[in-house]
Design a protein around this ligand. Structure first.
Ligand code: MG
Ligand code: ZN
Length: 253
C-alpha cells in the first residue's frame, strides 16, 4: 500500500488537471461566443483584491458592463461588498467543490449559469486568497493578474514564481503604506522582472485612488484590442490561451 501511494496520487492529480483544462476550454468558448473579456485576479488573503474591485467597478459604468465571480472558502462577505455597486455578483464557496484553496474551471462553469454573459463586456473572477495553486488552474480567462500588497515584501515574485510568470499584468496594492514599510521598490521590481521580464506593473492604492486611472486605461485598451481581434476574421483568429504550467504532482492537497 505504501509503495502505491506515491504514483496513485500523481495519477489522480494529473487527471484532475486534465479535466480542468477541458472545462476551461469550454468556458473560454462560452466567453468568446458572448464577447466577454475575463480577468482572473489572484493574490494572498488581504492583498486587496476585493478593495481593488470595489474601487474599479464604480468607475467602469456606464461604458463597460461588468460582473464579478468571487471565490472564497467560506462566507459571502466579499460578494456582499460588491453587490451594492450594482453589478451582478456570484459567490462560489469552494468547500462544496472540494478544492477549497483555489477556483477550478468547473466551479466557474457552474457560476456562469447565474450570469447573463451576453449582456457583459467584462467579467472579473476574484480567486480564493492564495498565491500558490490558483496559478496552476486555467479557468478559461483571458488575463491573469496577481495582486501583491507592499506589506507582503519584495521577495514574493521569486518565492511564488508561477503566479508572476503566468501574469499578464501585475498590480501592486496599498502603495499608501510605502512610507511606513521597510520595502525597497526597486528590489521588488527587479524580482518581478527576473521571473517575467516584460510584464506590466501598475502601482495602486484603493484608499487614495492612486494608480486607478492607469488600471482603468489598461482595461479600456485591453477590451478594445480584444473586441477588434474578435471583429477581424483571419486564419489566425482567436487568442492564445494563457495556460498555467502544470507540474505533475505539484498540487497534492
Ligand atoms: Mg476578497
Ligand atoms: Zn489549491
Amino acid at each position: 500500500m505504501d509503495r502505491a501511494t506515491g504514483p496513485q496520487q500523481i495519477k489522480v492529480v494529473t487527471r484532475i488537471l486534465r479535466a480542468n483544462d477541458q472545462v476551461a476550454n469550454e468556458n473560454r468558448q462560452r466567453f468568446a461566443e458572448a464577447g466577454v473579456y475575463v480577468i482572473d485576479l489572484i493574490g494572498s488573503p488581504g492583498a486587496g483584491k476585493t478593495a481593488l474591485l470595489e474601487a474599479t467597478i464604480s468607475r467602469l459604468a456606464p461604458e463597460i458592463s461588468a460582473a464579478v465571480i468571487v471565490g472564497d472558502i467560506a462566507t459571502t462577505s466579499d460578494a456582499q461588498r460588491i453587490a451594492p455597486l450594482g453589478v451582478p455578483v456570484v459567490q462560489i464557496i469552494t468547500e462544496s467543490f472540494g478544492g477549497a484553496c483555489h477556483l477550478e474551471a468547473h466551479a466557474v462553469k457552474e457560476a456562469l449559469n447565474q450570469l447573463d454573459l451576453e449582456a457583459l463586456d467584462l467579467l472579473f473572477i476574484e480567486n480564493v486568497g492564495n498565491l500558490v495553486c490558483p496559478a496552476e488552474f486555467d479557468l478559461g480567462q483571458h488575463a491573469r493578474i496577481p495582486l501583491l500588497s507592499l506589506a507582503e515584501g519584495e521577495d514574493k515574485p521569486i518565492k511564488y514564481p508561477l503566479a508572476f510568470r503566468t501574469a499578464d499584468l501585475v498590480i501592486l496594492t496599498k502603495m499608501d503604506l510605502c512610507p511606513h514599510l521597510p520595502i525597497d521598490l526597486d528590489v521588488l521590481r527587479k524580482n518581478l522582472w527576473q521571473v517575467n521580464p516584460h510584464v506590466g506593473c501598475i502601482e495602486t492604492s484603493a484608499q487614495t485612488g492612486a494608480g486607478l486611472e492607469k488600471w482603468l486605461d489598461w482595461i479600456g485598451r485591453t477590451l478594445s484590442r480584444s473586441q477588434d481581434q474578435a471583429a477581424t476574421p483571419s486564419p489566425t483568429k482567436g487568442t492564445t490561451p494563457v495556460v498555467a504550467q502544470h507540474q505533475e504532482g505539484s498540487h497534492s492537497h
